[in-house]
Design a protein around this ligand. Sequence first.
Ligand code: HEM
Length: 136
Amino acid sequence: MFDWLPHFGAFLNLLIIGLIVRAFVAIRAGDRELHPKLMKAAIVLGAIFLVSYVVQVSTIGHAEAPGDGLYKQVFLAILLTHTVTAVLVLPLILRAAYLGIQGRFADHAKIARFAFPVWLYVGVTGVIVYLMIYHL
Ligand code: HEM
């Protein structure tokens, strides 16, 4: 019944990657209206992803590490860095968004410059992990 959740999660991840890259491009082009709109949309999708992930783990559980030998080792290495950065990035994103909304842009930019590439890494490795389990 919940088999579709991993695919849904990967789809959300792809959307989030698209939104934050577009938001980054927007702010680099000086668009202070579009940037926060896209970042807020990414945060909402991230929250939906988190709920769907908790439901996924508590219903169908964790997938077994796929393959064997080198494939499995590469998978586990990516999964480890993905998991650690995923936990670390959440408070960074929330803090960056809070500072942005407060208009404290110098402080915002300091944290956001670090949070953005880490968030991107989490999204991309999330999709890679999904592909390695279900499609490769
Ligand atoms: C949700 C509310 C947000 C608002 C209102 C906001 C607003 C802004 C503004 C006005 C700037 C320009 C700062 C300056 O002039 O130096 C900026 C820069 C930036 N923001 Fe946001 N932002 C928000 C969320 C986020 C989030 C969640 C991230 C990523 C984690 C992010 C990543 C960035 C980055 C990477 C820059 C560019 C810093 C640079 O110039 O190198 N923003 N933001």
